[in-house]
Design a binder for this molecule. Structure first.
Ligand code: NAG
Ligand code: NAG
Ligand code: NAG
Ligand code: NAG
Length: 403
């Protein structure tokens, strides 16, 4: 090849490539500088708990950089689901079927602590999102991480979830704590003298928040602390958002299909036992949104007159003052199920024991990091782990209990 040709080639390919590369770098750098480098903000009344978090949970002061590949909250949410599903190994649980007092059954999946690391004092119970179970990707990731650190993890699969059949027509709701209460009593019986902490993801956070506010918890102190990840603070608004844009409608549709599938799979149990059922199978089968499903099914099971009563009842944002143990919450400003306005930061600022960490990005149970999202040590996991370590160390939970 003569030299001229080489020069020409270089000019025609290398130079434009370098240009494209520089532009991409520039865009990414700009993205970080302009959009995503706002630091996280911690909302909590200045007191023991806030000081405890600032001192012992370093990640609350860190700048969280959401992955560049998640251009907005929606994309981040979808990417996180897909990436995690690929990269996170399945968890080997020991399954236990618990029969509830009305004859219903739930699967409790245990991941007992590793024997070759010092065992942690704590038992950690995980409450999944609306259609999750113990093999949902965010659950696997959390359990794997805590297992490595010597925690005993339990996943409570709601009725009809985790691959088991219903025994009665009753499934679950975002705010009925009866099943959770029975599960916690059972866990306490199996592992006595071990304090229990709970992590609730998304709707699991609604259930956990409701439990933390309950008389059952106030009187019996079942849980020493709760962690709420991407909780839909206002359920009415979250369901509205799931019917908003085209993309969100697709996500809502997917969730409602998973919900109605439980009814479809258990048709024999739900309808054949009770010929006089007030439920209408065909309308349930046609549900395309979460609200339609709740209208046709959930509110009938849990005796609400209409779906908005149910949603307002399940909404946590105006009830934070009823929580009586330390409770750490993580919410992203770009969570597609939330409006920033719905995160009750002002309420949190008035209470000693509820802290909300608001990040600029992260989506809904997303929280992938930086450029390389295939790591299992993302911001959400770091927060969970640092917080649980800190609260167990020297039995700090006993000291924090006295507000
Ligand atoms: C939740 O959102 C709905 C719809 O935006 C609103 O009407 C309601 O007042 C909100 N509830 C609370 C407790 O903020
Ligand atoms: C819902 O989305 C998941 C991926 O997140 C997919 O595997 C599943 O098939 C979808 N289900 C329905 C009913 O659309
Ligand atoms: C079925 O429902 C009707 C009215 O809703 C009631 O009168 C009747 O007693 C019920 N039958 C049974 C077997 O429960
Ligand atoms: C709903 O009402 C029925 C009839 O009064 C009752 O049997 C059932 O236990 C109630 N369900 C819940 C979840 O409270």
């Amino acid at each position: 090849m003569d030299q001229l040709l080489i020069v020409k080639l270089a000019r025609n390919t290398v130079v434009p490539l370098a240009y494209v590369f520089a532009t991409v770098l520039f865009v990414i750098a700009g993205y970080f500088l302009a959009v995503k480098t706002q630091s996280s903000m911690l909302f909590c009344k200045d007191g023991n708990f806030k000081q405890f978090l600032i001192k012992n949970v370093p990640v609350v002061k860190e700048n969280y950089l959401p992955t560049v590949w998640g251009l907005n909250g929606y994309a981040h949410t979808v990417l996180a689901t897909v990436f995690r599903d690929i990269t996170t190994p399945m968890v080997k649980y020991e399954r236990e079927i618990l029969t509830l007092k009305d004859g219903g059954e739930v699967a409790i999946d245990w991941r007992y602590p590793k024997s070759d690391v010092p065992q942690n004092l704590l038992t950690v119970i995980i409450l999944t999102g609306l259609t999750g179970d113990s093999q949902s990707e965010y659950v696997r990731e959390t359990v794997n991480e805590l297992f490595e650190k010597g925690y005993c993890c339990i996943v409570f699969n709601y009725r009809g979830r985790g691959g088991i059949k219903l025994k009665t027509a009753r499934t679950y709701s975002a705010n009925n704590i009866e099943d959770l209460t029975e599960v916690l009593k059972h866990v306490k019986y199996k592992r006595p003298n071990r304090p229990i902490a709970a992590i609730g993801f998304s709707m699991g956070g609604t259930l956990l928040g409701t439990f933390l506010m309950s008389r059952e918890q106030t009187e019996n102190k079942h849980l020493i602390t709760g962690i709420l990840i991407s909780v839909p603070w206002n359920v009415t608004q979250a369901c509205k958002n799931a019917e908003g844009s085209w993309l969100m409608r697709k996500m809502g549709q997917n969730l409602s299909h998973h919900l109605r599938n439980v009814v479809v799979k258990n048709k024999d149990v739900i309808f054949d036992q009770d010929k006089n059922s007030s439920l209408d199978y065909n309308s349930i089968k046609q549900c395309n949104t979460i609200r339609e499903f709740d209208t046709a099914y959930t509110i009938k099971m849990f005796n609400y007159t209409n779906v908005y009563h149910y949603y307002e009842d399940a909404t946590l944002s105006n009830k934070l003052h009823m929580i009586n143990v330390p409770c750490l919450c993580l919410s992203a400003a770009d969570d597609p199920f939330l409006y920033l306005n719905d995160i009750p930061v002002r309420e949190a600022d008035q209470h000693n024991n509820v802290a909300i960490l608001v990040t600029s990005g992260g989506g809904h149970v997303g929280y992938l990091d930086k450029f390389w999202p295939f790591t299992n040590n993302n911001f959400m996991l770091k927060l969970i782990q640092q917080y649980l370590d800190a609260i167990t160390m020297n039995k700090n939970y006993e000291k924090l209990d006295k507000f």
